[in-house]
Design a protein around this ligand. Structure first.
Ligand SMILES: [Zn+2]
Length: 308
């Protein structure tokens, strides 16, 4: 039967999203479940299976019309074998052969990659980095990750672990990091660190949304805080710009909503600190696809991956 659909799964630390897309990557149906309730990996895998069955039967689509399943996961995965190494924010996932388990259970081809790579793939094909040849796409959240597009394709590295921009050291000395390193970018501009500095500035707990809206209204403290985040990010990105010479730098994730103050600090720092040819080549843009980027990227991964 003619293959007309793709199943996309975005397994996040907060939500498990499952969707049916057509071959033009339009979302036809979707379901979402809080990840925290699916306590074990067995429950989570069973939920994926039942949700896929439910969506197909509700849409009156047979499995033979589906090309396969693309999955994005929040942690390092061996793209070749589809084995998950671990998830920093979901316990119980050590060396799980997710691709072969799901292929056996659902009897469809499965391809898996990490969420930062899939966000990059989605932005590169349909979003802010469309028609880009060389791009760096960042997601700023609890973690700070990136996907690298080189010569129009994702660059994954030797162990499929490239793009860990949050773990580029910013200083010689500094706070220890979960990754085993020290003074990593994430230890300065990860969500938790931003909220910690905000608490010091405002002498109370404050959310990221409030911090962004205060800055947009002209609050001096909030503006200064975002400016400082932008400078730190810009310093690391200036090095990345020199190393990769990209044409696009795409910034997404909750922190990107801080808006102009953050972006102008990043752009200014890149201009000042990277080499002239590289600085001239690059445009810094906000990500366009928002919270659907993971699902769209997973569907693109599957379609392009099966064609290779
Ligand atoms: Zn680190």
């Amino acid at each position: 039967m003619l293959k007309k659909y793709i199943i996309a799964i975005d397994l996040g630390g907060t939500n498990l999203k499952i969707a049916l897309l057509d071959l033009n990557f339009r979302i036809k149906a979707r379901q979402s479940f809080p990840t925290g309730r699916l306590k074990t990996k067995f429950k989570l895998i069973a939920k994926i299976k039942s949700s896929v069955t439910e969506i197909l039967s509700a849409e009156k689509i047979s499995r033979s019309e589906v090309l396969g399943i693309g999955i994005g996961v929040p942690g390092p995965v061996d793209y070749g074998s589809g084995k998950v190494h671990f998830f920093p924010n979901i316990p119980g996932w050590k060396d799980v052969a997710l691709k072969s388990i799901l292929e056996r259970m659902i009897r469809l081809p499965v391809l898996i990659d990490n969420d930062a790579n899939l966000m990059c793939l989605a932005e590169a094909r349909l979003g802010a980095a469309k028609k880009s040849k060389n791009a760096v796409c960042l997601t700023l959240g609890t973690g700070v990750g990136a996907g690298l597009l080189i010569n129009g394709d994702l660059y994954r590295g030797s162990g499929f672990a490239a793009g860990e921009i949050g773990h580029m050291p910013l200083n010689e000395e500094g706070p220890r990091c979960n990754c085993g390193g020290r003074a990593c970018l994430e230890r300065y501009i990860g969500n938790k660190e931003i909220l910690k500095s905000a608490k010091k500035y405002f002498k109370r707990n404050i959310t990221l949304e409030e911090l962004s809206s205060l800055a947009k209204k002209g609050n001096k403290k909030a503006k200064e805080l975002w400016y400082n985040v932008g400078i730190k990010l810009g310093i690391v990105l200036a090095g990345v710009v020199n190393l990769i010479n990209p044409d696009r730098m795409v910034i997404g994730g909750g922190v990107a909503d801080a808006g102009k103050i953050l972006f102008s600090a990043v752009i200014q720092t890149i201009k000042e600190r990277s080499m002239p040819v590289q600085a001239r080549s690059v445009k810094v843009l906000k990500a366009r696809l928002g919270s659907s980027a993971g699902l769209i990227g997973a569907a693109i991964l599957l379609k392009e991956g099966l064609n290779k």
